[in-house]
Ligand binder design. Structure first.
Ligand code: ZN
Length: 378
């Protein structure tokens, strides 16, 4: 019965040690002195559920505040998991950029910063930079795996998928894809870009492996997508050995595809302002030259709408959710079927043995990192 105690409303300073056992709900205090709150702080909700020796999973959502499935799912998982149901530790941060999440916005209304473009952050910076610094320098070094739940936000809608960021190192890439496959979403999407500034690069620098999602979008949500988030997180925890296999959601349909987004040719952008009328749906297969959509200007009725066409063959995985569009907005993007460069490396990564090895290596590194953190956060 020793693990059944629950603490609530515990406040953590940026350099405070987190509990390793029991169940704790609280807030990380990110100091922020404003005109209307001189000694105040930004409160980042956190839950820690721990039970002895084992891997640590950091579960995050609200990195972008207008992406909701993960926020709802992680709060429910935090209520449900008990210390006795896990081995190791689960750290849950459902509103990572809490000012953005409280406002229902992608970026923080305090500093207009995008948390997923500002890692490794700055402990002496604006609140979003301080949050990034805390996540990369304090939370991620404790973690073996990082689950960072995203959707399309206000402006985009996605075909629901688990995501992995492409890395040139084959074994790092295989681990990321293996974790994405463990999530159990209908498909896996391999993305390119922003590695050094996003949660993937932060996790890599901290010695953890990160899986993401794109679950829906249009700043809305629905039960099926929240359920997919909950199922995926518990599948990942089961694969990691943190919860038992009985928590996992058996896959009822086969994996549809592993997709890879080609950075240039798969994106269709608006090259004029207008009202976007898509010509395709999520999941459609298209050919190079096919119509992606029309940009209308009803103020010049005599003009025909501007056509936006695909530059490649592929599958539509992301669509702009807003009609009103400006030059430079992403309207649609495609993805290609991914060809694994090394099936052997992917097979090896799909066993979770590397995670256990990583966990053992991780432990001494945590104690080495602490003095720097204390120094950096004074
Ligand atoms: Zn996002």
């Amino acid at each position: 019965m020793k693990h059944l105690f629950v603490q609530s409303n515990v406040l953590f300073n940026l350099a405070d040690k987190l509990p390793s056992d029991g169940k704790t709900f609280g807030y990380v205090k990110v100091p922020y002195s404003s005109d209307i709150s001189a000694y105040g702080f930004v409160a980042v909700p956190i839950a820690i559920i721990g039970n002895g020796d084992g891997p640590t999973a950091l579960l995050m959502a609200g990195t972008h505040g207008d992406e909701y499935e993960g926020q709802i799912a992680l709060a429910r998982i935090a209520r449900t998991l008990t210390p006795d149901s896990i081995t190791g530790r689960v750290i849950i941060v459902p509103m990572a950029n809490s000012p953005a999440a409280n406002a229902g916005l992608r970026n923080s209304p305090i500093d207009n910063l995008n948390l997923n473009r500002i890692f490794p952050g700055d402990v002496r910076g604006m609140p979003t930079a301080m949050i990034a610094s805390y996540i990369e320098r304090q939370l991620m070094p404790m973690a073996d795996i990082v689950v960072d739940l995203h959707s399309g936000g206000h402006s985009l809608r996605y075909l629901p998928c688990a995501t992995a960021v492409y890395h040139t190192d084959a074994s790092e890439r295989a681990r990321r894809i293996a974790l994405a496959l463990a999530f159990g979403a209908p498909s896996v999407l391999i993305q390119h870009g922003f590695e050094e500034r996003n949660t993937t690069g932060a996790a890599r620098r901290a010695g953890a492996v990160r899986v993401g999602t794109e679950l829906g979008g249009a700043a809305s949500t629905e039960k099926a997508l929240v359920d997919l988030a909950i199922g995926g997180v518990t599948n990942t925890l089961a694969w990691s050995g943190i919860v038992s296999e009985s928590f996992a959601t058996p896959r009822t349909t086969p994996l549809e595809a592993i997709y890879e987004v080609k950075p240039e040719s798969d994106y269709v952008y608006a090259l004029s302002d207008g009202l976007f009328e898509p010509a395709v749906h999520l999941g459609d297969k298209v050919n190079e030259g096919d119509l992606a959509g029309l940009l209308h200007d009803p103020s010049c009725m005599q003009n025909y709408p501007v056509e936006a066409r695909f530059k490649a063959k592929g599958t539509v995985v992301c669509l702009r959710a807003l009609a009103n569009s400006k030059r430079g907005d992403c309207l649609v993007h495609l993805a290609q079927n991914f060809q694994a460069r090394s099936d052997g490396e992917l097979r090896e990564a799909q066993s979770s043995k590397w995670l256990q090895d990583n966990y053992r290596r991780n432990r001494p590194r945590i104690s080495k990192l602490k003095p720097n953190l204390r120094k950096g956060s004074q």
